[in-house]
Design a protein. Structure first.
Length: 289
């Protein structure tokens, strides 16, 4: 028996190993199939980067990281920033705007408006070298709004009252438990107007427009792509093919190699998209619209 074991050892040993480690080996095989380069093209370093911005602008950490990586990657000569967003919170929109501005100091950047380039997403895009919009896209809505609910009638029906102790006249500005008082509206309007002035001034500087004529291109006007071109908010109309072609020309690359979305990140996006819900019921919410 021992002799037979020794004779068949070269066969039985691998089978025993596979049997004992089958799950681990299967897991490694799945990882390889998911993430291993499939072609020589995938092994080639890309020189052009496509970054997308979709949905409401709230948490932009992932997009900022992508922009920073593109900025630091010496192989990247140009970035296509594809946008389809109605806007969102002020601060994240400005974060993106400044990131694009820094990026243009080192690389060529073309923004492509895929569907909606409005409010905060337009703010994020203003410093690009060129802005191209799909002919069917909507552009503009350069304005600011602060929203809130008046729950006082509902609270009265269910028999709920609030009680507060405050220090500071304006501490309860924006409360949803009662109608806003005139002095509170004036306080909020001060914030809104200052933010709007900053927004429109940055647009005027970036797009080389006359700030004194902001009622024409700002004032929360919503434009079609052709109308946006007429007032100077975009440079041209076209589809993504045209935007890519323009970026290739501006960046001067002879052999364009575009990045492919990381397979793991793509998988995670699909999973998180199933549970992602945007809430606009909180207050106060200062947003670009």
């Amino acid at each position: 028996m021992e002799l037979l074991k020794k004779i068949f050892m070269p066969v039985t040993a691998p089978l025993t190993f596979i049997q004992n480690n089958f799950k681990a080996m299967l897991f490694m095989l799945l990882l390889y199939l998911l993430f291993a380069p499939q072609t020589q093209e995938e092994l080639t370093q890309n020189n052009l980067q496509k970054i997308t911005l979709t949905g409401t602008i709230l948490d932009v950490d992932e997009t900022l990281q992508q922009l920073q990586k593109a900025e630091q990657n010496k192989n990247i000569k140009g970035v296509l920033f594809v946008v389809d967003s109605p806007g969102g919170a002020v601060a994240p929109s400005i974060e993106l705007s400044m990131a694009i501005k820094r990026l243009t100091q080192l690389k060529k950047v073309v923004v492509y408006a895929k569907g909606t380039l409005a409010s905060g997403s337009y703010y994020a895009s203003i410093w690009a070298d060129k802005i191209i919009a799909n002919p069917g896209s909507m552009v503009g809505s350069i304005g600011v709004v602060m929203e809130g609910a008046d729950l006082s009638q509902l609270m009265s029906k269910i028999g709920v009252q609030t009680q507060t102790i405050q220090a500071g006249k304006y501490k309860l500005v924006g409360t949803p438990t009662r109608p806003w008082k005139d002095f509170e509206k004036n306080e909020l309007n001060k914030v809104i107007q200052n933010t709007y002035d900053m927004f429109t001034q940055d647009v005027a500087n970036a797009r080389k427009l006359d700030i004194n004529k902001r009622k024409i291109y700002a004032n929360a006007h919503i434009f079609t792509a052709s109308q946006a071109k007429d007032v100077g908010l975009i440079d041209n109309m076209g589809v993504e093919y045209d935007a890519k072609k323009l970026l290739v020309k501006l960046s001067g690359v002879k052999d364009p190699k575009w990045n492919k979305e990381d397979k793991f990140e793509k998988l995670m996006k699909k999973l998180t998209a199933l549970t992602a819900v945007t809430l606009y019921t909180y207050f106060p919410s200062l947003v670009l619209k």
